[in-house]
Design a protein around this ligand. Structure first.
Ligand code: HEC
Ligand code: HEC
Length: 292
């Protein structure tokens, strides 16, 4: 590239060259097109106007704020606070509303369902499973079989106070450990287990006197599980004719329960979660399909 001394008039166009030359190609020194120039001035004006109106230049501490006082940070904080205020308002509305009112108010219902589902994932899924289908010892909350009742008020009470949780208002009702505590001997345990097997629809143990087991049941078990074995919700005694058993449907599982009686514990959530969330959980669990 040649330097700027070699300016000359281009023979073909009559325009002066800049003196730059690349492999024989020379650059003409044409003036900038007007439209380009005006556009350039316009962008300069725009830039100055922008600096005055909007936050623009960083300073040692802070920045120029612009005459309009625009701040995306302040906007975001305001939007967040408005959202929280609305949440608190809806939360308060949930606390004030009865469970029936929540279920018949589409806006409250939608809010309760969303917050109930989120709270379920955080607090209940570890025991009841993320799909609420339960596991051995942890009841399935999707089916329509309820140990303690499936109305929305029953569910609300179970979730608030828990089951054998130690809370003053917890649901209580312990099955005695018939085998461990020597209330029944081994033979009676085997007999009553085989009788329960007939209620459960599984094979009784070969060679065991089921009729004797029925008598043991009437004398020791019917008070809680009912004469027909269909259970009593007030006592949390499960229906022994149900399609699913909390602790599994097998002779071993039945014998284990009659011998040791597990008496599962479900924590109370009042005091751990706020009242609006506890209500939302009742609404959510009730909606899972088995609500009564
Ligand atoms: C530490 C484990 C654990 C956690 C966490 C837990 N549960 Fe439970 N839950 C249980 C057990 C165990 C039972 C069954 C108790 C029994 O034997 O009656 C139960 C029973 C229930 C029942 C009664 C079911 C019926 O058939 O009557 C409901 C409803 C319930 N849980 C809802 C919840 C909700 C909602 C949460 C979350 C806020 C939750 N549970 C968290 C262990 C748990
Ligand atoms: C004082 C009341 C009470 C008496 C009496 C009682 N049960 Fe229970 N039974 C319960 C309760 C409560 C549970 C649930 C325990 C739990 O959730 O851990 C239960 C659970 C069971 C289960 C497990 C059900 C399942 O879904 O897995 C079996 C089986 C059972 N009982 C059999 C018997 C037999 C047999 C007798 C008599 C020998 C008996 N029970 C006497 C209260 C009682």
């Amino acid at each position: 590239m040649a330097d700027g001394h070699n300016k000359e008039i281009d023979a073909l166009s009559g325009v002066e060259t800049t003196g730059h030359e690349w492999d024989g190609l020379k650059e003409l020194n044409n003036p900038l097109p007007r439209w380009w120039l005006y556009l350039f001035y316009a962008t300069c004006v725009w830039a100055f106007a922008y600096w005055i109106i909007y936050p623009a230049w960083p300073l040692v501490s802070g920045y120029t704020r612009g005459v309009l006082g625009i701040s995306q940070r302040a906007d975001a904080i305001a939007a967040y606070e408005a959202g929280m205020a609305e949440r608190a308002e809806t939360g308060q509305a949930l606390i004030n509303a009865s469970l029936d009112e929540i279920q018949s108010n589409p806006q409250l219902l939608e809010f309760a369902m969303a917050s109930g589902q989120a709270a379920f994932g955080d607090n209940c899924a570890p025991c009841h499973g993320s799909g609420a289908t339960g596991a051995v010892g942890y009841p399935n909350l999707q089916d329509d079989k309820w140990i303690w009742g499936g109305s929305i008020d029953d569910l609300h009470q179970t979730i608030r106070f828990g089951i054998r949780s130690g809370h003053d208002e917890a649901r209580i009702g312990d099955m005695p450990a018939f085998g461990r505590d020597g209330i029944l001997d081994k033979q009676q345990v085997d007999q009553v287990a085989s009788y329960v097997a007939t209620l459960a629809g599984i094979e009784p143990e070969a060679g065991v006197d089921v009729a004797a087991g029925e008598t043991v049941f009437a004398e020791n078990c019917a008070a809680c599980h009912g004469d027909d074995g269909k259970g009593l919700q007030e006592l949390g005694a499960p229906d022994l004719t149900a399609p699913n058993y909390l602790y599994g449907k097998s002779l071993e599982a039945i014998k284990a329960q009659v011998t040791n009686a597990r008496n599962g514990v479900m924590p109370n959530w009042e005091g751990r979660l706020d009242p609006a969330t506890v209500k939302s959980l009742a609404v959510y669990v009730h909606s899972l399909g088995g609500g009564q």
